[in-house]
Design a protein. Structure first.
Length: 516
């Protein structure tokens, strides 16, 4: 194959493949291509635009699933489904048709009902994975299997690629890369997709019941902000400017609070140009919500209630069962621990916001923690805490009072110097949410963002920039407020025990050509 380029005004836009030589087609695909060609040769359709469907597999099962063996209903139906099992015998063929929700029904294709030619076509042209339309009477087989005794059938969509062998598990890489096949083969994959929808719906209901207003903020921003993270960079041809995919919606949600929308939330897509592992994805879903005249303690209570209400909506219990069978209790009021206090216990040395840099570096070296020489002291404190303390948590835990220098958008603690009114919520060993008493003083906020800009000039690619429009908004007066960011993908992890690549339906993966 060779490629041709499409270009406009001298700018490369895209490379498209052009077939000049024969393509190497797998044998199984070629066999199915030949069957498609045979359908067309006979004047039949391999991909019809409409079909005379008059009900669903689920509806038939709900109405007649109670029937005993060898019963006839006299009811004629037209249904369609994907062939996931097929057994061809002499004068009678059997196939299991499955619907998108996993419900299935047996199709029985007999010589007596469809005739010799139609039965021969079924045997010759129908493969596992095909979508098939069948019309016939609802009956039960000798074994009591709910079935349709077919009198006519039609190809609904010819599958050109075979499904994986049912009894052989797909690798995680294959499941992620070909999620469409995973959804076909594994009921758990479909259940995960439905669980995600239920979870997001529960979050929305919970927030709306508390008088929060759902709004939308820009995904394309003129400068990144709202989190210390490395952004994806793009550009606008029309405006002739550099743009950034948002790393967080925080600064725009705060603008809304300034404008008088005192309780707002957004379930959004964020993009961070960082690595991927079992808890991180470059593209991820986040719930952020802000409430005027609230502080970080109020927001901790709201966050706990949202998670518990989501667990009840999805699982019916505050004790959730993970895929491995383990049970995890989300009930009750969750403990709060002090970051500096717990770290001091863990390293047997008092650590405070004024602890010398040399001491922090020595503790990192003892624990074999790698850090950047330009990292602020608070970053080393957080790295030490993650290394020594997080694994000791036995349930959902709020970690309170973080260093000022790692929390540029958060209010100083009202009573303690050197820390801010911020918490991180840890569940099952990973950070699920973070909450704040928001910094609303525009003078202090300007000082913090100037310090961030200095870090950026020294090479810190995650540092925030000086956002003059955001500061101008704060200068119009933002009421005392609390805010929370909660990872939707991670909430699914907490409810199911699965990794982030399983809770995201279509996670970002490298193109196959780039996989070593």
């Amino acid at each position: 194959m060779e490629s041709r380029r499409l270009a406009k005004n001298g700018i490369h836009l895209i490379t498209l493949p052009t077939v000049t030589d024969a393509v190497d087609i797998p044998e199984q695909v070629q066999i199915r291509m030949d069957k498609r060609a045979e359908l067309l040769k006979r004047g039949l359709q391999a991909y019809p635009v409409t079909l005379p469907i008059d009900t669903t597999i689920s509806a038939v099962r709900a109405e007649y699933g109670h029937l005993e063996a060898e019963q006839s209903t006299g009811v004629m139906v037209g249904i369609a489904g994907r062939v996931i099992f097929s057994r061809n015998t002499g004068k009678l063929c059997f196939a299991t048709l499955t619907a998108g929700n996993g419900d299935s029904i047996q199709a029985m294709v007999s010589l007596a009902e469809v005739g010799e030619d139609s039965l021969a076509d079924w045997k010759a042209l129908v493969d596992l994975g095909d979508y098939i339309f069948v019309h016939g009477e609802v009956i039960t087989s000798k074994r009591g299997e709910l079935s349709v005794m077919v009198n006519t059938w039609q190809m609904a969509a010819k599958a050109l690629r075979p499904l994986p062998v049912a009894h052989k598990d797909m690798s995680e890489e294959s499941r992620v890369r070909q999620r469409y096949v995973d959804l076909i083969m594994r009921p758990q994959a479909q259940e995960m997709a439905r669980t995600r929808v239920k979870t997001v719906a529960a979050l929305r209901r919970s927030l709306e019941s508390r008088d929060y207003l759902e709004i939308e903020t820009p995904m394309l921003q003129t400068q990144p902000g709202g989190a210390t993270a490395r952004p994806f960079i793009t550009s606008s041809n029309a405006f002739g400017i550099e743009l950034f995919l948002r790393v967080a919606p925080e600064l725009f949600l705060k603008r809304a609070v300034v404008g008088g929308l005192e309780r707002v939330f957004e379930i959004n897509r964020n993009f961070r140009n960082e690595g991927s592992d079992s808890t991180h994805s470059p593209e991820f879903a986040m719930l952020e919500f802000y409430q005027a005249f609230a502080d970080y303690q109020v927001m901790a209570t709201v966050t706990r209630e949202l998670i518990q209400e989501a667990a009840l909506a999805v699982t019916g219990s505050l004790t959730v069962t993970h895929f491995d069978g383990s049970e995890h209790d989300l009930s009750g009021v969750w403990p709060q621990i002090d970051l500096y206090g717990e770290l001091s216990k863990a390293v047997n040395h008092e650590i405070t916001p004024s602890t010398l840099r040399q001491t922090l570096e020595e503790l990192c070296q003892v624990a074999d923690i790698k850090y950047s020489p330009s990292a602020v002291n608070g970053k080393l404190v957080e790295e030490l805490f993650e290394h020594h303390v997080i694994s000791t948590f036995s349930g959902p835990t709020f970690v309170m009072h973080f260093p000022v220098d790692t929390s540029p958008l958060t209010r100083d603690h009202r009573d303690r110097k050197g820390v801010v009114e911020k918490w991180d919520l840890y569940v099952d060993g990973f950070e699920l949410a973070t909450g704040y008493s928001e910094l609303v003083d525009p003078v202090i906020q300007r000082e913090r963002l100037i310090e961030q800009a200095k870090l950026g000039s020294k090479g810190d690619k995650e540092a925030m920039t000086l956002d003059e429009d955001f500061l101008r908004a704060l200068e119009h007066g933002m009421p005392p407020s609390g805010g929370v960011g909660l990872g939707v993908d991670r909430l699914l992890m907490a409810l199911t025990g699965l990794g982030i690549r399983e809770t995201v339906l279509f996670p970002l993966v490298k193109p196959e050509r780039d996989v070593p």
